[in-house]
Design a protein around this ligand. Structure first.
Ligand code: TYD
Length: 204
């Protein structure tokens, strides 16, 4: 069975993931590869409940974790496994490393979250972690950081960032500092893809 290329882009809110997913997809497409991009939470029923909860009040931690797992299970079955079986380049905006980071920041053990996910979710060929100071990330998403709520959020996001950074020694992971321009970050991502032997083109 042919196997595509599976790349995951992660990072805290405000690091510019969705822009970089798009740029990396265009870079692969320019090399004549068939590319599919997707994101989590998905637009499926569990993903919708999770997105709605961001506006209507966050779910209780255990329930939130279960919904992310259900959403991902469906994503693997309906999108991820078929794309890889068809030999496509699949680029995801968030995956189970976000569950380790965000639900880990809510008190669950990241290693246990990972174990539960890897029972059904294939690991990526390359994990690109966009890294940025929480204060800078917060400024980018327009939060001023001077209210109680903003302080709490900053604390939680900093715990997320530390969990992402703890993945630095994984053989498939690459930490990408993204305190520079969009073009510079895009070039760093391309270089990481080339270093991993997942493409042959010269970086832009
Ligand atoms: P995000 O990609 O920021 O969505 P949007 O583009 O709609 O802003 O994801 C929404 C939130 O979900 C984000 O704050 C991170 C969180 N999240 C988790 O807590 N656990 C997970 O497993 C995933 C995939 C996301």
């Amino acid at each position: 069975m042919s196997h595509g290329i599976f790349i995951v882009i992660e990072g805290i809110d405000g690091t510019g993931k969705s822009t970089q997913v798009q740029l990396l997809a265009e870079w692969f497409a320019a090399q004549g590869r068939e590319v599919l991009t997707s994101r989590e939470p998905t637009d499926g029923p569990w993903g919708k409940k999770l997105r709605d909860s961001a506006a209507s009040g966050r779910l209780e931690p255990a329930q939130e974790l279960e919904y992310f797992l259900k959403d991902r299970r469906q994503h693997v079955e309906e999108v991820i496994a078929p794309a890889l079986a068809a030999g496509k380049v699949l680029i995801l905006d968030r995956y189970y490393f976000s569950t380790m980071a965000y639900q880990g920041a809510r008190g669950f053990d990241p290693a246990e979250i990972r174990r539960r996910n890897e029972e059904f979710a294939p690991p990526p060929d390359l994990l690109l972690i966009l890294d940025l100071e929480v204060t800078t990330a917060h400024q980018r998403i327009g939060l001023r950081g001077d209210t109680n709520n903003a302080f709490e959020q900053r604390d939680a996001l900093d715990r997320c960032r530390q969990i992402f950074l703890s993945l630095k020694d994984e053989p498939f992971a690459s930490i990408i500092p993204c305190n520079t321009s969009i073009t510079e970050v895009a070039a760093r991502l391309q270089q990481a893809v080339l270093r991993a032997g997942l493409a042959n083109a010269t970086p832009a």
